[in-house]
Ligand binder design. Structure first.
Ligand SMILES: [Zn+2]
Length: 255
């Protein structure tokens, strides 16, 4: 399947409804005019699942309205349930071991297992800099240019690292982008307001307000997109993350 993708047939991508993957989808269909197959992994336990799917719907409507040619390019979203995937527990556990060894997010083990199950390699992950995963993989990546597009993959010949077993399933188009660079590019190509419809908070308060304390909220505040978090979120960020209430609580809980 990777050959199909490299021949430019279509791009497979995990779409979370968040800033990074939404930017990449818009970049692919609006700017680069590529056919895109998005995947969404539904975790029913995730509080933000409804909000993420709503954001995806809103982005789709808006982009097709402004750029009608994208209707042909954006394939219907494939939604799969986290509880029903990764039936090969041996494979899954071997991936989980790798995430533990290299201290990368455990979600990558599920995503890799899923790619294995559906028989796809080169599925896009919209990981960007800075971040733990970026630091962990950037030195082992290779930049690949295909036509008007480019992305990073993990080098296959790095024998020292088992990360390749896990990350062979993915490619990373946004590895060297910052959130601000995505914003600027979106402005240049006139889809910045559509990108604004994306979602990013994992634990919205009353289904409406960004929490200010989950990883995506902290990232937004610390990487120049604080305007996307309302006052409540900033207040929570200041009290819980900045002034260390969270650490204090953890300390108390551990005693
Ligand atoms: Zn949040």
């Amino acid at each position: 399947m990777i050959d199909d993708q490299q021949n430019n047939k279509h791009v497979n991508i995990f779409w979370t409804g968040g800033w990074d993957s939404t930017f990449r989808i818009l970049q692919l269909i609006v700017q680069k005019k590529k056919v895109v197959q998005p995947y969404y992994i539904l975790d029913p336990k995730r509080k933000s699942a409804g909000a993420e799917l709503n954001a995806i719907k809103a982005v789709k409507l808006a982009v097709v309205e402004r750029f009608p040619y994208t209707k042909e390019l954006l394939r219907p979203l494939i939604i799969d349930n986290l509880d029903e995937m990764c039936t090969d527990k041996v494979l899954l556990n071997s991936f989980i071991e790798i995430t533990k060894t290299y201290n990368v997010g455990r979600q990558y083990s599920w995503l890799a297992c899923y790619c294995d199950e559906i028989g796809e390699k080169g599925v896009e992950l919209s990981t960007q800099k800075p971040g733990e995963l970026y630091e962990q993989i950037v030195k082992d990546t290779k930049h690949i240019v295909v036509g008007n597009d480019s992305f990073y993959v993990l080098e296959k010949n790095n024998k020292q690292s088992k990360l390749i077993n896990l990350f062979q399933y993915f490619r990373f188009p946004l590895l060297e982008y910052t959130k601000i660079e995505m914003q600027e590019e979106a402005e240049r190509f006139k889809f910045d307001d559509i990108l604004e419809l994306s979602w990013f908070c994992h634990a919205p308060k009353w289904n409406k307000y960004k929490c200010g304390t989950c990883t995506p909220c902290i990232t937004a505040i610390e990487q120049g997109l604080g305007r996307r978090v309302q006052f409540l979120g900033h207040l929570r960020y200041y009290l819980i993350v900045k002034t260390g209430l969270r650490k204090l609580r953890e300390k108390v809980m551990n005693h």
